[in-house]
Ligand binder design. Sequence first.
Ligand SMILES: NC(=O)c1ccc[n+]([C@@H]2O[C@H](COP(=O)([O-])OP(=O)(O)OC[C@H]3O[C@@H](n4cnc5c(N)ncnc54)[C@H](O)[C@@H]3O)[C@@H](O)[C@H]2O)c1
Length: 334
Amino acid sequence: MKYTTYNFNGKKILITGGAGFIGSNLALYFQREYPGAEVTILDKFRGEERFPNGNLKALGHFKNLVNFRGEVIVGDLGNRRELEEILGGRKFDFIFHQGAISDTTAQDQGEILRVNLNSFYQILEFGERWGAPVVYASSGAVYGKLPGPHRIGEEAPANVYGFSKLMMDQITLKWQGKIPVVGLRYFNVYGPNEFWKGKTASMVLQLGLQILSGKSPRLFEGSEKIKRDFIFVEDVIQANILGAVKGVTGVFNVGTGEARSFKEVEEILQTLLGTSLPVEWIPNPYTKQYQFFTQADITSTREKLDYIPRYRLEEGIAQYLPEIERIYREEVAQ
Ligand SMILES: NC(=O)c1ccc[n+]([C@@H]2O[C@H](COP(=O)([O-])OP(=O)(O)OC[C@H]3O[C@@H](n4cnc5c(N)ncnc54)[C@H](O)[C@@H]3O)[C@@H](O)[C@H]2O)c1
């Protein structure tokens, strides 16, 4: 669906991190709704490199893009010279900057800040050079363990990933440049194309796949009280589109405004799938840097961007379920 009367057909659009979960959804959204838009994806794509926690350093996967008909370029946000070589001689009308080390449990502070924060300065330089608005992915992780509802201006990241996003947002909040810069603090996003995030994919997918395989859904102890603001990827796309065309600069929360428990996610999935498997409770190994409660205050997102979340958790999961079943059939049950 279209969220604005602005016509992106004929526009040149750069999406960093476009081989990842959210970036690929955005690229495919433009392809579907604005077939005349020229979309270019820049992504590092996955390699062999892993963090000590076992997770891959870059999660982009070609399978997210098999239906994409635009341009794909491999490039490393952590390499300033390479980005200048690839992008320096080109010009885009909009930049959607989704590329990042997205792993909230990774500990390599220098590497995360180099890729997430340093590249942001360069992305802003490109935006200024081209006169292209920059919309970028921030995160609800900036709020750390603060009690919700979470508001812009009250942050306390509990991990270096959240810190990297907060540093980007601080640049935006002081931004005096010529182009609009919009930071979108996504909360817990779920939806198609997240399978390749592996262990860092949402609990909606992970629990869905466990239930489909007939196993007990695994939840951290106390999960009826661990609540998050779960947001369907389609609403994240909406926020990106609105962020690009409103001409405002600022940082905005992107959630539903509602906190729901992991136990509720499990219950919704079991109801939709017609199962009643017993839960397996497991200890939470991440308690030090874990967010036990997130809830986005979306007042300013509604007011300044005209953003209206369209999917409550039940609706988002119901819409997503056929894709979870396809993933189970084609990628898991093989
Ligand atoms: N999924 C969520 O719940 C969520 C929540 C808050 C914020 N975010 C942010 O949204 C954005 C997209 O997240 P996602 O969930 O799609 O994660 P993702 O890991 O699937 O996507 C990130 C993409 O960035 C690419 N990338 C990583 N390092 C790179 C580098 N050095 N150079 C070029 N590309 C590189 C990856 O290959 C990947 O395709 C990220 O900035 C993430 O921090 C996501």
